[in-house]
Design a protein. Structure first.
Length: 94
């Protein structure tokens, strides 16, 4: 029987990064201001809104990519486990 611990540890690390990005995105999102500032008195808030929006775009891009990779990696682990279990069963029967 093969050991899957290194592969599972890799998936756990990848999933932990995805969770960290989700928490980080939430904290950045709480800093955002969704009001449209059109008055001269509010002009100082616009650059801050742009910075937060750019951060959110980058975090979203990485979050989506790493989430897809995490799911594909998990499905690969399950497929590998099922394949090896099937192979072990065929050896016992033969």
């Amino acid at each position: 029987m093969k050991t899957y611990i290194p592969y599972i540890a890799g998936w756990v690390v990848l999933t932990t990064v995805v969770i960290f990005l989700a928490v980080y995105r939430r904290r950045i999102r709480l800093q955002s201001d969704e009001l449209v500032h059109v008055l001269d008195a509010d002009a100082g808030a616009v650059p801050q809104q742009i910075v937060v929006a750019k951060k959110l775009v980058v975090i979203d891009r990485w979050g989506k990519l790493l989430t897809v990779l995490s799911v594909i990696y998990l499905l690969s682990l399950v497929a590998m486990f099922l394949y090896n279990a099937f192979q072990d069963q065929t050896v016992k029967l033969g």
